[in-house]
Design a protein around this ligand. Structure first.
Ligand SMILES: [Zn+2]
Length: 41
């Protein structure tokens, strides 16, 4: 699944603040492969 781009995203409790955009960014981690991505809320 992960190989085809279907990651099992789970919210990382740690939130970051993007200073440039002045927004909160939430981070997500794939439960299966550990890949990370950030999302702007
Ligand atoms: Zn994955």
């Amino acid at each position: 699944m992960c190989g085809r781009g279907f990651h099992k995203w789970e919210d990382e409790p740690r939130k970051q603040f993007d200073v440039k955009q002045g927004r909160l960014i939430s981070e997500e981690v794939c439960k299966r492969c550990g890949k990370r991505r950030t999302r702007r809320s």
